[in-house]
Design a protein. Structure first.
Length: 198
């Protein structure tokens, strides 16, 4: 079947789409435990970028699992497939000239590296939202940790499933940073990357 699939080369390139938007496009990938603050940071960062005329889109774990990834469970294999699909979707958005903000637990280093390869290293900014399990459990905004402790949820990252912390993230923010501080730390890292190469 694959031998019958031929890529079509369109006349408009990513370079031209970026020029039309007036900024570079890439993936900002936020990883961390459930309740670490990934989605909140992504949303506020998007607002800041939007205010600066940057075209953006946020991909969030829960939203993706309600739609395109609704057929996947939380088994290790399905978690990897979940992240693989996110990488491919992000690649399309980058090609469209858009800055993608993706907020996912993405517990496995191998899967995060695969996304980096998919979108290419120069289009990948990894942000480790390094919030301790204790603080995430205290927040328990979705009630998932309480259910996991009762045995009502299996494969819960941090409880019954592992989380492999990034070894060398591009940016790291912690529970010591406020949401606003975290956004500014990330923004200062990507500010130059937003500019088009001359």
């Amino acid at each position: 079947m694959e031998k019958n699939i031929i890529s079509h080369n369109y006349k408009l390139s990513a370079v031209e789409r970026r020029a039309g938007n007036g900024h570079n496009s890439f993936l900002i990938f936020l990883t961390g435990l459930s309740g670490s603050g990934k989605s909140t940071i992504a949303n506020i960062l998007e607002e800041k970028l939007h205010a600066n005329k940057i075209k953006t889109y946020v991909l969030d774990g829960d939203n993706m699992r309600k739609g395109i990834n609704s057929d996947l469970s939380f088994s290790p294999d399905d978690r990897s497939e979940n992240i693989r699909r996110i990488g491919e979707i992000s690649k399309l958005f980058i090609d469209a000239g858009i800055v993608v903000l993706a907020a996912f637990v993405a517990p496995y280093e191998e899967d995060r590296n695969r996304i980096k390869q998919t979108v290419s290293a120069e289009n990948y900014v990894e942000v480790f939202v390094n919030t301790s399990l204790e603080v995430c459990e205290e927040r328990d905004v979705k009630g998932l940790y309480a259910k996991a402790r009762k045995g009502e949820i299996s494969n819960m990252t941090g409880i019954s499933a592992p989380y492999e912390s990034p070894k060398s993230p591009d940016v790291e923010v912690t529970e010591e940073n406020s949401i606003e501080e975290s956004v500014e730390i990330i923004y200062s890292k990507i500010r130059n990357q937003l500019r088009l190469k001359k």
